[in-house]
Design a protein around this ligand. Structure first.
Ligand code: SF4
Length: 293
């Protein structure tokens, strides 16, 4: 039996950059907060918590953190807040600055690019449409950089139903982890409706590469294992894609979740992992399957 890892799997550039930023800041000895979990991976967040990194959830906790700043007598006691790779709305960033928190922006440059696109589109009076999951923090962040009307659509049906406000041009972008094929279908629908002047494909290559290589591996594998955080949208999408190609697809967070029962006829077990899954977890699962089956 062969065990094969997808060509592209695990930490992407933006996530690695954000986590490296947190580790660099830990070295300074200051109190470190991240605004929301730094990545959608509970293992990574737990490890950071053990090193004293605290997670701020929402504006209320941000205000408490700011109160701490005001109490702090010396500069070294001033807490640092790190913005994670997903980014935050402009309002949140401004709130951090207004409250005098030391703010380090680890927003992935690919996400930052979307912020700039929608900000400019808003200034030009366009209606921004984001193809993505409305509840995802990255989408909330992008939304927060739009000054005019903004609509989030997730499905082709919603794209069909969409009509912009009277007299508004449309600017279409996507969440970086949006499904590539679904985005193409939405683009097609928009083209037919004549909303095709400002379509910017902002799906990140890391996502596309992971989705393509996961699909290719799942198509030849008898069993597929997807490793990723419960709340990681890109990991869930990998699971969706692999399940379509391979009926025996497992979604796990850590090795503890893996209860594999392999039929004798299995020739190939494929493994892939979301962009927020650390290498040590991938190796652990890979070794386990190699040794035990
Ligand atoms: Fe950046 Fe792409 Fe990683 Fe998102 S998936 S953090 S956009 S590199």
């Amino acid at each position: 039996m062969e065990v094969k890892l997808a060509e592209c799997a695990g930490f992407c550039f933006g996530v690695k950059r954000a986590i490296d930023t947190v580790y660099e800041q830990i070295e300074t000895g200051k109190t470190i907060y991240t605004y929301g979990p730094i990545v959608h991976n509970e293992e990574v967040v737990r490890e950071l918590e053990e090193k004293g990194v605290r997670v701020i959830e929402g504006h209320e906790e941000l205000a408490e953190c700011a109160a701490e700043v005001r109490k702090a007598a010396d500069e070294t006691a001033r807490p640092t807040v790190i913005i994670r790779a997903h980014g935050v709305p402009r309002e949140t960033q401004e709130l951090m600055e207004q409250n005098g928190l030391e703010c380090i922006d680890a927003t992935c440059p690919f996400v930052k690019r979307i912020h700039r696109i929608v900000e400019k589109a808003g200034e030009q009076g366009m209606q921004v449409v984001i193809a993505g999951n409305p509840g995802h923090p990255e989408v909330e962040g992008i939304r927060g950089w739009c000054s005019g009307p903004v609509t989030v659509i997730e499905t082709e049906e919603e794209a069909e139903r969409f009509t912009p406000e009277e007299g508004r041009q449309v600017c279409l972008v996507s969440q970086t982890t949006f499904n590539y094929n679904k985005f193409q279908s939405i683009v097609e629908i928009f083209r037919k409706k004549g909303y095709n002047d400002n379509i910017v494909s902002t799906i990140c290559n890391a996502t596309e590469e992971r989705q393509r290589s996961a699909q290719a591996l799942a198509a030849e594998a008898d069993v597929m294992i997807v490793i990723g955080g419960r709340h990681s949208s890109n990991s869930r999408k990998l699971y969706e894609i692999c399940s379509r190609e391979c009926a025996h697809t497992y979604f796990i967070q850590t090795l503890d979740d893996l209860h594999l029962e392999l039929p004798k006829a299995v020739r190939l077990v494929g493994i892939t992992a979301g962009a927020s899954t650390p290498n040590n977890l991938i190796e652990e699962v890979q070794n386990y399957v190699r040794i035990n089956f």
